[in-house]
Design a protein around this ligand. Structure first.
Ligand code: FAD
Ligand code: SF4
Ligand code: SF4
Length: 473
């Protein structure tokens, strides 16, 4: 009962590469209670220090053990606005679970899996309850009068982008009665949760339902509005008391090698958006995607794993090429293991130097150069050093580049007084205040590509700063 960590039940690899259904199946009630019993309820709870939003981990786990799931959900929701999502995608091994004292005694307590278990059950109950009275957008008449500053004026905040940073900021503000309107460039809310992370890892139904819950708090979401094109931050500031920028880091980086403009080369962002948001994996989709037979994915983060596993599901033989070794791969451990189980071939310590094309301008192959590991760089990881004369060619008909992203310059270009730093990230203080009065920012837009929970933490800090600065009573 108190022994080794319970593994997450998962679909069989041979079956799962034929569909986009969720791979991780979640704990049963019995397994969840057994896993919860492994928690030692440590007095100083080091696991909480590993969680960027400070979830009261031992408290919620104690409620799972006692089978009081309503109380467990209440504890989770007090700090985490999107627990069903975080339970699935947080890099727990580097965060909460990385700090768990049980790591060396049977494995860290499966905090993420327990979080998912509690949140899914709460979501099921809540959604069933709300479906008849379908959660509606905020209306003037439903507004609570506590939404006011010290002079009694209603506080209004606009958020740019509907990813986890804005959603978390908006939810915390709405809980204090602030009117929040979230503007999203795409036709669906959720940011990367909706357009980037694939269905087999994060079902869109879960994202949709968690967002519906936030809307029930009074958050209004307006889709198909590009701030910096359709509306400008100055205009938002005329209508609102503050603006939060949570526009993410959606601009892909490329290799900069010959052949990168050939047909069949995608940025991972475009590839995954076509498949996830536009449903390109379904027959007859209006936004199709090339279905290569020999696909090369460049990179080794979560985005690369998602691209490789997506290409497998679309029927390709997939090679993932990475210039460092396995130990330096930045992806979540579970994603690396799942990719291997699904037959993704890892070509490590190699770097693309050229993409070759056929007479019609389509990708026909890729030239790789072998690398060795040198001294650690600024990130602490050993840097790759090219081995002269080691180049070789492999066949490929599609290349997906997953080398990271930076913030889109549109926001900065539309507001020159907004200070940005290296790679275009918005400069903020510790609470999310930018160089422009009443304008706040957080998430990938202010850090560069990072994680869901860090974006959420930044959204929460900015919400607190907005409330303090506007002196909401
Ligand atoms: P985003 O989620 O990027 O949301 C920004 C939103 O703003 C987007 O919807 C965008 O359309 C909108 N927007 C942009 N500009 C404008 C504008 N001018 N006007 C209006 N709207 C605008 N993190 C993890 O923790 N675990 C994972 O497993 C993981 N896997 C990932 C897999 C993929 C494929 C990708 C791409 C990322 C992954 N990440 C993962 C990273 C994580 O998703 C991001 O760090 C997180 O979503 C950042 O949140 P955000 O709110 O800052 O921005
Ligand atoms: Fe761990 Fe993420 Fe949950 Fe925090 S939100 S407890 S880091 S899984
Ligand atoms: Fe439980 Fe591990 Fe946190 Fe201790 S560190 S309270 S065992 S989850």
């Amino acid at each position: 009962m108190n022994g080794a960590r319970h593994p997450m039940p998962a679909r069989d690899p041979a079956e799962r590469i034929k569909s986009f259904e969720e791979v991780a199946l979640g704990y049963s009630r019995e397994i969840a209670r057994e896993e919860a019993a492994r928690c030692l309820n440590c007095k100083n709870a080091p696991c909480i220090k590993g969680c960027p939003v400070g979830v009261r981990i031992p408290d919620f786990i104690a409620k799972v053990k006692a089978d009081d799931l309503d109380a467990a959900a209440e504890i989770l929701h007090a700090d985490n606005n999107l627990p069903a999502i975080c339970g699935r995608v947080c890099p727990q091994e580097k965060q909460c679970e990385g700090m768990c004292v049980r790591a060396k005694a049977g494995g860290a307590v499966a905090i993420g899996a327990l979080e998912r278990y509690v949140a899914d059950i709460a979501l099921g109950k809540q959604y069933a309850k709300n479906e008849t009275s379908r959660i509606s957008d905020r209306s003037e008449t439903s507004q609570d009068v506590k939404n006011a500053d010290s002079s009694g004026k209603i506080i209004k905040v606009a958020a740019i982008g509907s990813g986890p940073a804005s959603l978390s900021c908006a939810a915390d503000l709405a809980r204090q009665g602030v009117w929040v309107t979230v503007y999203e460039a795409l036709h669906k809310a959720g940011g990367v949760l909706m357009y980037g992370i694939p269905e087999f890892r994060l079902p869109k139904d879960i994202v949709f339902k968690e967002i519906e819950q936030l809307k029930a708090l009074g958050v209004s979401i307006v889709a198909n509005v590009v701030i910096g094109k359709t509306l400008f931050i100055d205009e938002l500031l005329e209508e609102n008391d503050a603006v939060f920028i949570g526009s993410g880091a959606g601009l892909p980086s490329f290799l900069g090698v010959e052949g990168e403009n050939l047909s069949g080369v995608y940025s991972a962002n475009e590839y995954l958006t076509r498949v996830n948001l536009m449903g390109a994996y379904r027959s007859g989709a209006v936004t199709p995607v090339l279905r290569g037979k020999k696909v090369v994915v460049v990179g080794a983060g979560n985005v690369a794993m998602d691209s490789a596993r997506t290409a497998r599901r679309l029927g390709a033989e997939v090679r993932l090429v990475y210039r460092r070794s396995r130990a330096e791969m930045p992806a979540r451990e579970e994603e690396i293991a799942h990719a291997e189980e699904e037959g993704v071939i890892f070509d490590l310590l190699v770097n693309p130097v050229k993409i070759m094309g056929d007479e019609n301008g389509f990708v026909s192959g890729i030239r790789l150069q072998k690398m060795r590991l040198g001294e650690p760089d600024a990130s602490g990881r050993r840097s790759p050093v090219p081995i002269e004369g080691s180049e070789y060619d492999i066949e490929a008909d599609e290349v997906i580049v997953a080398l990271g992203t930076t913030p889109n310059p549109l926001i900065k270009n539309s507001m020159p007084s907004l200070e940005v730093g290296r790679k275009g990230v918005i400069v903020v203080d510790g609470e999310g205040r930018t160089s422009v009065p009443r304008v706040y920012a957080g998430g990938d837009a202010a850090t560069g590509a990072a994680t869901v929970i860090l974006a959420m933490g930044a959204g929460k800090r900015a919400a607190k700063a907005i409330l303090e600065d506007l002196k909401v009573r």
